[in-house]
Design a protein around this ligand. Structure first.
Ligand code: IMP
Ligand code: MG
Length: 193
């Protein structure tokens, strides 16, 4: 029909950064790395708790936990630093976090969509610190190391991203594009216009 009330999401993408097949390969590889890293601890009876940082990580998290071949617990946190903007505010609000009882004696693996300035992860890690965990590690799908301001490093990393605003596979701009099946670069005119 000609009376479309929305722009198809693909039209706002200048370039596909990671297609569906590459996403599958990255997630499978991360799943193997994580399985190998925690196997001995889990076999020794210790708990692995995998934490989804909402909302951006939800799609990556759902795919990744099924590639980890170990018993584990799912947990959710919500952190937000971006409004409808492509520039991080630096102020990070935590709205949901695991309880102290859940964290005690667990190996905690945080799953993030993208590491940019690092402010979000810095805040998330501070909330998980001093809770009697066995370990706290970080897995990110994408990393923009050139943009880092806080001293944050991923233990497991999917792919380095260029200093461009990317969307899809959970990542949004103004809550849109999260359900794209691939990771794409957002056309600058969408947020500059
Ligand atoms: P940081 O606190 O600057 O590291 O930003 C982390 C958060 O900002 C991520 O969890 C994302 O939600 C968001 N973010 C950073 N870069 C991008 C991007 O290129 N596209 C979409 N969201 C982004
Ligand atoms: Mg996020």
């Amino acid at each position: 029909m000609s009376d479309m009330r929305y722009t198809p999401m693909d039209e706002d993408v200048s370039e596909v950064l990671i297609n569906e097949e590459e996403l599958r390969l990255i997630v499978a590889r991360l799943g193997r790395e994580i399985t190998n890293a925690y196997r001995a601890a889990v076999e020794a009876g210790e708990r692995l708790m995998v934490v989804c940082v909402l909302k951006g990580s939800v799609i990556f998290f759902s795919d990744l936990v099924r590639e980890i071949d170990l018993p584990l617990e799912l947990s959710f946190m919500q952190a937000s630093s971006y409004g409808k903007s492509t520039v991080s505010g630096g102020v990070v609000e935590i709205r949901l976090a695991p309880t102290d009882a859940q964290l005690k004696d667990a190996h905690v693996l945080i799953i993030e969509d993208i590491l940019d300035t690092g402010h979000t992860m810095h805040k998330v890690q501070s909330v998980l610190a001093d809770k009697g965990t066995k370990s706290v590690r970080l897995c990110t799908l994408l990393d923009k190391p050139s943009r880092r301001q806080a001293p944050i490093k991923a233990d497991f990393s999917g792919k380095e991203a260029p200093d461009l605003f990317v969307i899809g596979y959970g990542l949004d701009y103004g809550e849109k594009y999260r359900n794209l099946k691939y990771v794409g670069v957002l056309k600058p005119e969408v947020y500059e216009g």
